[in-house]
Design a protein around this ligand. Structure first.
Ligand SMILES: *[C@@H]1O[C@H](CO)[C@@H](O)[C@H](O)[C@H]1NC(C)=O
Ligand SMILES: *[C@@H]1O[C@H](CO)[C@@H](O)[C@H](O)[C@H]1NC(C)=O
Ligand SMILES: *[C@@H]1O[C@H](CO)[C@@H](O)[C@H](O)[C@H]1NC(C)=O
Ligand SMILES: *[C@@H]1O[C@H](CO)[C@@H](O)[C@H](O)[C@H]1NC(C)=O
Ligand SMILES: *[C@@H]1O[C@H](CO)[C@@H](O)[C@H](O)[C@H]1NC(C)=O
Length: 855
């Protein structure tokens, strides 16, 4: 393996060497007036960093479309193309030619002599010109020095960016003329034609970069604060790579980054999906690019995610990431509960501001929101000369001013300058190194502690009434249960038909608002609350096994049998849906890799589920723990991987229904006495029709890191979402690293790390060092390969779990080549999706807010 890698590197070095020799022989960086470059010839910048020539973006064998472009020499086109001339007019043969026409600048002619592209406007009176590819990657057309033009630049490629920003390019606009230098995405990785996505610098208020898809804003960098864009503090802190600045002049507002001496080549790339990636070249031996940063990074980068006066927090999955600024509450709580947060928040207490005899009078004040990305400044007023104190006074004196903040943080302290917002503030999120935002509030809202709790709690009327009904029904059932005495629960555990079948059905029928399951009999026993209380020693601390997002789990002994009892968040109103799900979906499933549900109980607002007891805790207890991980040697881990895949296969295909689990993660994989895995926690599982491919939900539930991109971003889920989670778990089992853990600074998460090792032919390094002695390298490599296939961005590329099982069991099956996973939120879709027919039906079942514990 290592030998092969070394050989590959040698070969690469050799190839690079030959390549450079070739370049040296034909290299010139200048095209003189009247000269031309045909397909196959190139211009190379003086130091060899950049090459101009013809290239095809599609793989060999596909009918050629030829483009003229500039690329980073060390990599190969189309991967490292920085600029493309004829994006909209590809040549259909290799007979194109670039001509330096003395009168008309650069012309790209196709085989028939037609002009496919030309550089600048014609100025026939201009003297003779030359074209030169500079070491910066800029292609310039200059007045020929010898003919008295003084070498001034007539045209340059840096003025016409494609999808890539490199050091020295000026990204921005001229506020006077409106002339803009923005990035436009490629239509597809193999199609440089202008795509839907664009990133441009908005100069209204403070300069801020905005990503667009068509007419919709995808994300904003947040206002420039003198040192970085408010939402991306990390951009300013890559010591040794480059420095950034935003130049503000009357005729130009531009973002520029400058490469530092000896730094790796860096670029900002707008992907065809609309994400901006900050990349550096790994160097001749490394092949490929390190991705340092990207936008959007997470849900909170979605533009205006939480609406007006909303405040997005990427770590609070429990409130679906959105909250309101203090003194505000969701404008429509029911919409918020269904993940439609873009409606934003409403002021709790009206402001008190008016004029008496022309003098403004107000009792309002300000409350600071610390550590945030400042709101969109499109409609804000900016004065760089004011102090923060003056800013406060001005904002207070103007009844339409709702918030203010310092515009420039360079001076330190509280900053200087003044931004004032009128109307609504949008696109605010918590961010590292965030700034202070002062929000105007009515007097009664300032430092008002008692309102805080009320404002945070989003009460959902539907859930409340559902719970009330459940409680009434529960009391009735308990009453019946008492009448029957203990005999029934004993009977159920012995596998007999419950005598209170009618009530079970009544209860489940009630819980089942939809008829997903038809009218089949349910074999699930009801258990008396009293029995559970005595089985768990009145829910004593000693009996507690763990605590999850939905409640506590206790060990109990019922009729000499050990059971695990999950007590769903009692009294909190949480868990009604989970209960319904587990009871309806899982009661019938029986597979050795699924945890068996034995019974259930409703008592008042208590909802309890009873499972088989598994003594060995969950997978995360072992693989991530330095001491415990040694317990699981490679053969055991391989067995666990196969077991999980078989359990999933049963859920997806082999049971009577197709069930998507939606929340697979190591803490939901329990281990039996012999360490065989059992999938648990079906609270979020959903049923699919046999023919249904995909569903959508407005309420994304699950755990970040394990959720597939299309689910986390768009709420679209399918069996392939489970494949993705499985892939993540698989890589975690092999590496002993958590998905969220970054091993090195440059890798945003485990997928990035795994992919990088894989690309470098060092995938075996991913294997947890504690497995070295027991590990079969071929099995481990095959697992990593399968894991990477499972975590591909496009769900269609991910294998079905049936294929995964097959690939795991048959060592000789050929595996396809995985595509690079999306470990930063590359994909993005508008936060405000319209609620279509297919989503409204699922919304009916989704009227509760779910608490989830992300890690
Ligand atoms: C390109 O230059 C060669 C000579 O260097 C000349 O023969 C040829 O006609 C030129 N082609 C065009 C299209 O100008
Ligand atoms: C290439 O394009 C030219 C016009 O630009 C056209 O005349 C010619 O037929 C095309 N050739 C092919 C093979 O499509
Ligand atoms: C064309 O070039 C001449 C000479 O450099 C200059 O005086 C003139 O203004 C230019 N015309 C235009 C339209 O740019
Ligand atoms: C700015 O004002 C316009 C017009 O009132 C409005 O449509 C737009 O949403 C506002 N932008 C922001 C960021 O508040
Ligand atoms: C209040 O501020 C807004 C925006 O900064 C401005 O348009 C308006 O003229 C101001 N009103 C007064 C009375 O100063």
């Amino acid at each position: 393996m290592a030998a092969a890698a070394a050989a590959a590197i040698k070969f690469l070095n050799l190839a690079t060497l030959i390549f450079s020799v070739l370049l040296l022989t034909s290299a010139s960086d200048t095209l003189n007036s009247g000269g031309n470059i045909t397909d196959g010839e190139t211009l190379v910048s003086a130091g060899g960093l950049f090459t101009l020539g013809f290239f095809s973006p599609s793989p060999a064998g596909v009918p050629t479309k030829r483009y003229l472009g500039i690329w980073f020499t060390a990599s190969a086109p189309p991967e490292a193309v920085c600029w493309v001339a004829n994006r909209e007019a590809p040549l259909n043969s290799t007979s194109g030619v670039l001509v330096m026409d003395s009168a008309r600048s650069l012309l790209l002619l196709d085989g028939s002599g037609q002009t496919a592209w030309s550089s600048s406007k014609t100025n026939t009176t201009a003297p003779a010109t030359v074209a030169q590819l500079l070491e910066s990657g800029n292609l310039v057309v200059l007045r020929d020095k010898t003919s008295g033009g003084g070498g001034s630049v007539l045209w340059q490629s840096f003025d016409h960016p494609s999808n890539t920003l490199i050091a020295g390019m000026r990204f921005g606009r001229n506020p006077r003329t409106g002339e803009e230098r923005s990035l436009t995405s490629w239509r597809a990785p193999d199609d440089p034609a202008p795509g839907d996505c664009r990133v441009a610098l908005d100069t209204r208020g403070l300069p801020h970069a905005v990503g667009w898809r068509g007419g919709a804003k995808l994300y904003s960098s947040g206002p420039w604060n003198g040192r970085w864009f408010s939402g991306f503090p990390e951009m300013a802190s890559y010591p040794g790579i480059y420095s950034i600045e935003v130049a503000v002049r009357p005729d130009e507002v531009a973002f520029v980054f400058t490469a530092l001496a000896g730094a790796p080549f860096a670029r900002l790339l707008l992907t065809d999906e609309g994400a901006i990636q900050q990349q550096t070249w790994r160097g001749p031996a490394g092949r490929g690019w390190n991705i340092w940063d990207a936008s959007p990074r997470d849900v909170c980068d979605a533009y205006g995610k939480c609406g007006a006066f909303g405040l997005c927090d990427a770590v609070t999955a429990s409130t679906l990431f959105c909250g309101c600024v203090h003194g505000f509450s969701p404008a429509s709580p029911s919409e918020w509960s269904m993940r439609e947060t873009s409606g934003g928040c409403r002021r709790d207490v009206p402001l008190d501001c008016g004029k008496t005899n022309g003098t403004p009078t107000t009792t309002d004040g300000f409350r600071v929101v610390r550590g945030v990305k400042l709101p969109d400044t499109d409609n804000a007023t900016v004065d760089m000369t004011a102090t923060l104190e003056q800013c406060r006074a001005r904002c207070l004196a103007n009844c339409s001013c709702v918030a203010y903040a310092a515009a420039d943080i360079r001076v330190g302290g509280d900053g200087s300058g003044c931004v004032m917002w009128v109307g609504d503030i949008v696109d605010v999120r918590y961010v590292d190194k965030g700034q202070d935002l002062y929000v105007r509030l009515a007097k009664s809202e300032l430092n008002d502690e008692k309102r805080r709790a009320a404002a945070k709690l989003i009460v959902i009327p539907v859930t409340v009434s559902l719970l009330a009904l459940t409680a009434v029904l529960g009391m009735y059932l308990v009453w019946r249960c008492r009448l029957r005495g203990r005999a029934s629960s004993l009977m159920f555990l012995q596998g007999q038909r419950p005598s209170n079948h009618a009530q079970t059905k009544a209860m489940l029928g009630f819980l089942s608002k939809t008829s997903e399951l038809g009218d089949d009999d349910l074999d699930l026993p009801l258990v008396c609350f009293g029995d559970i209380v005595s089985a768990t020693n009145n829910f004593s601390e000693e009996n507690m096994l763990g605590q999850g997002g939905f409640g506590k789990v206790y060990k109990g002994v019922l009729d000499d049998r050990e059971v695990a009892i999950k007590r769903l968040g009692q009294g909190s109103g949480q868990g009604a849906e989970e209960f319904r799900n587990e009871v309806l979906l899982i009661a019938k499933l029986q597979h050795r890799n699924l945890v068996r549900l034995l019974g259930c109980c409703i008592h008042g607002d208590e909802k309890l589920l009873m499972y088989e007891y598994l003594p060995n805790k969950s997978l995360d207890f072992f693989i991530f723990d330095a001491a415990n991980k040694k317990v699981l040697d490679w053969p055991t881990r391989f067995k666990i991987i196969k077991g999980i895949s078989r359990g999933l296969l049963y859920l997806h295909q082999d049971s009577r229904l197709t069930i998507v689990h939606r929340d697979l993660k190591p803490s939901n994989i329990l281990l039996d006495t012999d360490m065989s895995p059992k999938i648990s926690d079906f609270g979020m599982a959903r049923i699919f029709d046999r023919n249904q491919q995909e569903a959508n939900t407005n309420r994304v539930v699950g755990t970040y890191g394990y959720m597939s991109p299309e689910y986390a971003m768009d709420g679209a889920f399918s069996v392939k979402s489970d494949t993705y989670s499985f892939g993540v778990i698989l890589l975690e089992i092999i590496s002993g690293l958590r998905i969220t853990l970054t091993r090195f600074d440059s890798f945003p998460n485990l997928l990035a790390y795994a992919w990088s090792l894989w690309q470098d032919g060092k995938a075996i390094d991913l294997v947890d060092p504690c497995l070295v002695e027991t590990c079969s390298p071929s099995e481990a490599l095959r697992c990593i390969h399968i894991g990477l296939l499972c975590v591909q961005d496009n769900p269609n590329n991910r294998p079905l779990i049936s294929s995964v099982v097959f690939m795991l069991e048959n060592e000789t099956t050929a595996l396809s080549i995985p595509k690079q996973p999306v470990y930063l939120a590359q994909r993005y879709s508008e936060a405000q999706r319209t609620t279509g027919e297919n989503t409204s039906s699922s919304s009916v079942n989704n009227m509760s807010v779910t608490v989830l514990e992300g890690r």
